[in-house]
Design a protein around this ligand. Sequence first.
Ligand code: FES
Length: 70
Amino acid sequence: MNNDSYEQHVIESFKVICLCKSVKKGSILKAIKEGCTNLSDINRKLGTGSGDCHGERCQDKIRQILNEVT
Ligand code: FES
């Protein structure tokens, strides 16, 4: 990974995916690395989907991340 793509990776990891619970993309990637294999696993581990919007704003984004890395 060159410096530019590493920098981009770091910036991406700070992106907030679940606004209600302030969960960043990096935390989701870490949860996947630690064994979460589906949306329910991630929601259980990080609390995503249980905020005021009940996942309306984040669940599709998390599914997309899962599809990208699994
Ligand atoms: S943004 Fe994730 S529960 Fe609302």
